[in-house]
Design a protein around this ligand. Structure first.
Ligand SMILES: Nc1ncnc2c1ncn2[C@@H]1O[C@H](COP(=O)(O)OP(=O)(O)O)[C@@H](O)[C@H]1O
Ligand SMILES: [Mg+2]
Length: 246
């Protein structure tokens, strides 16, 4: 029996090797190694200013490291493969168009043929329980709906990897859970997710693996079970025990 050929990888593994970044004489990221190799959810945690957002931006190919290198599937990131790596930040960036058109635009940018875009966009909106606002201008949606739309738009193209920088930072608990559900679905469909979060409960609910950053360097990179049962560093211990709020 003929079987479908596996889709060749455009993005995975995403590897950051010996990354360093300096700004204004300060070393903000120092000799950091962080890779996303396979499907699963990795949470990236650490105090404010630890370098989490800069790390995400380097892995996304948006910021060049001063030394070290980022590769997607063995080569430097390039625009042609940008839609293989979905990105969502804590504030959604929307086009001044309808919710549906925002998703359709993402599909167009990813090279999906015109005839397939509407159906795929509607299916993606349905997964995010946003069909009822498909025709509404994106800017009239609530904050939670806009963030869900940003995630739906990224997921519609079925990215291999998803980089999420505090996507639920500004959301109420119900909107947060709706985002978490979409992230879990993406993981189940085979996406490798890197999720920056300050939310201990969220990390416990979602993470397979935890990376903890401190002052621009990696202090832990372990399976989530190990991180929560036996955090190694004093800071991670304090965080897990609720004595340190990030
Ligand atoms: N463009 C920049 N120029 C100078 N300092 C920066 C710049 N971007 C970020 N920083 C500093 O780098 C550190 C890490 O930033 P960031 O990655 O945003 O931290 P976080 O872990 O909170 O996401 C912070 O101290 C921040 O002030
Ligand atoms: Mg940040």
């Amino acid at each position: 029996m003929a079987s479908a050929a596996p889709r060749s990888s455009l993005a995975l593994p995403i590897r950051g090797e010996a990354l360093a970044l300096r700004r204004g004489g300060r070393l903000l990221v120092d000799d950091l190694n962080l890779s996303l190799e396979k499907p699963g959810i990795t949470t990236l945690m650490g105090p404010n200013g630890a370098g989490k957002s800069l790390t995400v931006r380097m892995l996304a190919g948006l910021v060049e490291p001063d030394s070290g290198q980022v590769t997607w599937a063995g080569r430097a990131p390039d625009r042609a493969r940008a839609s293989s790596v979905g990105l969502v930040f804590h504030r959604p960036v929307m086009l001044r168009r309808s919710a549906l058109d925002n998703v359709r635009y993402g599909l167009k940018a990813a090279g999906v043929p015109r005839g397939e875009r509407r159906e795929r966009a509607m299916a993606a909106l349905a997964r995010g329980r946003l069909e009822h606002v498909a025709a509404s201008p994106a800017w009239v949606l609530s904050g939670g709906e806009q963030q869900r739309l940003a995630l739906v738009r990224a997921l519609a193209v079925e990215p291999e990897a998803l980089l999420l920088d505090e996507p639920t930072a500004n959301l109420d608990p119900a909107s947060t859970l709706a985002i978490e559900e979409l992230v879990s679905q993406a993981q189940a469909r085979g996406t490798a997710v890197l999720l920056v979060t300050h939310d201990l409960g969220q990390a416990r609910r979602l993470a397979d693996r935890v990376v903890f950053l401190n002052a621009g360097g990696l202090s832990e990179d372990t399976p989530a079970v190990t991180f929560f049962d036996q955090p190694r560093t004093p800071q991670a211990q304090a965080f897990v025990e609720g004595r340190l709020v990030l």
